[in-house]
Ligand binder design. Structure first.
Ligand code: 2M8
Length: 421
């Protein structure tokens, strides 16, 4: 299948174009996800960007991660946005004035987090060009990031961590959040949305969604960025990434001369807690749990497949997840959608409610490679075909690969570079 691509675009050409996108979006110290829609530094974007950037400039990849951690708070949290002071404050909503937060470095930031893919990224950057001094510098910061999650976010009292805002999941308007969001009040926010200046409304979250996002963020901010909000959820992807990152932290610790065993133990505990609390045996997928009501949330999403990346996931669970990915998400036939095409909430082009995204495909790929190399090759070919057809768009129609969202989107370029190697 990879060969079929020759007729569309050669691998060398794709690589050249991907590097061009990353060069265009590089600011000197980090890479914007998009020049138009997302003009600041985003937390998990930077981790994915570092993975791909390491394939052509390991030095830049190290700078990308070190810059992001320049926005880390005293309590260890890595904010989901580090604002660029050179960008006009109204270029993105909600901007620095809304969040009203500063890191000890002086950087203006948001106050919520995103999936902690950073230790996974740091390890891959090190593999691309071993640099012990880099890992030694980053390791305490990564450890603090994880300590924050462990100490402030184990809100059910188990080994799983909770998110307190849909933006923390990275999958903002996933159908999985429809239930818990319905309970959140939604006062009008006026005309402040900036995203609609760049992208058609049909490809973005709705105004109702935004009203709730702002209400939740306001309440969390007014509580001093601690405690719960009306939205407290244990998400499979967030926790799977957190567990896989602990396993990579163990590798990083070993290189730094620190003790890897606490990280390995935590990776096991997180894996076990995912199985105990989020595995839906009947449906063969992980589902998010609403910590407010205690209920499992019924919507399938690609988030529920990401636990495949956990090294300690039992083989029978992994086999069932792969079967679900094939049967309900069409893995093997087309690029992995964010929500199953046969599901009641499916939308072809609306953001996280159906379209395929390169980052979630890449995460699942990390778990598939050792377990099912043939399917992994098909998924890789699907990723390449999507960008060869549509360019480095933000997301793609899972069936036709038509591109949606912004153009020249950094993680689509970066993760393509990673899989092209
Ligand atoms: C999207 O989220 C931001 C808010 O954080 C937005 O809609 O403005 C999501 O796709 C998120 O996963 C991503 O990190 C961010 C920047 O690419 O955009």
């Amino acid at each position: 299948t990879v060969r079929a691509l020759d007729s569309i675009t050669s691998e060398g050409e794709l690589r050249r174009r991907a590097i061009h996108v990353l060069l265009t979006n590089w600011t000197g110290t980090y890479t914007v996800p998009s020049r138009t829609l997302y003009p600041h530094q985003w937390s998990w974007d930077s981790a994915f960007i570092a993975v791909g950037t390491a394939r052509w400039s390991p030095r830049r990849a190290r700078t990308e991660l070190l810059t992001l951690f320049g926005g880390q708070w005293i309590d260890g949290r890595v904010p989901h946005i580090v604002f660029n002071p050179a960008v006009p404050p109204d270029a993105y909503f909600p901007g620095p004035e809304f969040w009203g937060a500063r890191a000890p470095s002086g950087a203006r930031t948001s106050g919520i987090v995103q999936p902690p893919v950073h230790a996974m990224a740091a390890w891959r950057v090190h593999l691309a060009e071993p640099d012990r001094a880099f890992l030694r510098r980053l390791y305490p910061w990564l450890a603090a990031q994880h300590r924050y999650l462990r100490e402030a976010r184990r809100m059910s009292g188990t080994d799983l961590v909770s998110i307190v805002h849909p933006w923390e999941s990275g999958m903002d308007n996933s159908p999985a959040w429809d239930g818990p969001l319905a309970a959140v009040p939604a006062p009008p926010i006026g005309e402040r949305r900036r995203d609609l200046a760049h992208i058609v409304a049909a490809e973005r979250p709705t105004d109702r969604d935004y009203e709730r996002y702002i209400e939740l963020a306001r309440a969390y901010r007014d509580g001093g960025y601690t405690g719960a909000t009306a939205f407290v959820v244990e998400d499979p992807m967030f926790n799977a990434v957190y567990g896989a990152a602990e396993a990579d932290l163990a590798r990083i610790a070993a290189v730094c001369g620190a003790d890897p065993t606490p990280h390995l133990r935590r990776a096991e505990e997180i894996t076990q807690a995912l199985l105990d609390r989020l595995w839906d045996e009947e449906n063969g997928i992980f589902h998010a749990r609403d910590v407010v009501t205690g209920e499992l949330l019924p919507a399938d999403s690609v988030s529920g497949l990401v636990p495949l990346i956990l090294p300690g996931l039992p083989a029978d669970v992994a086999d069932r997840l792969i079967a679900t990915a094939v049967d309900r998400f069409g893995l093997g036939d087309h690029l992995l959608p964010s929500y199953p095409p046969g599901g009641p909430a499916f939308e072809l082009s609306r953001y996280w409610r159906g379209p395929s995204w390169i980052n979630t495909a890449w995460l699942v790929l990390q778990g598939l490679r050792s377990r099912d190399p043939d399917l992994a090759a098909k998924l890789t070919a699907g990723m390449m075909e999507a960008v060869a057809t549509a360019g480095f768009r933000e997301y793609f129609d899972p069936i036709t690969s038509e591109g949606h969202g912004c153009r020249d989107f950094s993680w689509s370029a970066a993760l393509l570079l990673d899989v092209l190697v």
